[in-house]
Ligand binder design. Structure first.
Ligand code: 5GP
Ligand code: ZN
Length: 113
C-alpha cells in the first residue's frame, strides 16, 4: 500500500535498521525501543491487523513465529522474551500494518497497563 509506513520500510523508501528479510517477512529494530532488545516482524503483504487474518492469508503468521524463534536465539534472548501484537484502537495499534513486537533483554511486567 503506497501510503503505509511499514510498506515503505519494506521497499527501503523509509530507512530502517534491518535484522532479517525473506520472501514473506521483514524484521527491524523499533525506533522507540521499550526494552534492551525490541524489534518488529512484519509480513511483506499489507495486512492491516490481526483482525484481517483469514484462513487464506494467515500462514504468514506461523512463518513469522518461526522466524522470531530463530532471531531470538541469534540475539541471545536466552532468558525469554515477549511477543506482542496490538490490534486496533483499544489494543494500542498505531501503525495499520500487521506487526509483531519482540521485547527482551530485561524482565517484563505482567499484566500490561
Ligand atoms: P504499535 O503501537 O502499532 O503496536 O507499534 C508501532 C511501533 O512502530 C511502535 O513501537 C513505534 O515505535 C514503531 N515505529 C513507528 N514508526 C517507526 C519507524 O519509522 N521506524 C521504526 N523502526 N519503527 C517505527
Ligand atoms: Zn503496509
Amino acid at each position: 500500500m503506497s501510503d503505509c509506513l511499514f510498506c515503505k520500510i519494506i521497499t527501503g523508501e523509509i530507512p530502517s535498521n534491518k535484522i532479517y528479510e525473506d520472501d514473506q517477512c521483514y524484521a527491524f529494530y523499533d525506533i522507540q525501543p521499550q526494552a534492551p532488545v525490541h524489534f518488529l516482524v512484519i509480513p511483506k503483504q499489507h495486512i492491516v491487523s490481526a483482525e484481517e487474518l483469514t484462513e487464506e492469508n494467515a500462514a504468514v503468521v506461523a512463518h513469522i513465529f518461526a522466524v522470531i524463534a530463530k532471531l531470538a536465539k541469534q540475539l541471545n534472548l536466552l532468558q525469554g522474551y515477549r511477543i506482542v501484537n496490538n490490534v486496533g484502537e483499544d489494543g494500542g495499534q498505531t501503525v495499520k500494518h500487521l506487526h509483531f513486537h519482540v521485547l527482551g533483554g530485561r524482565s517484563l511486567a505482567w499484566p500490561p497497563g
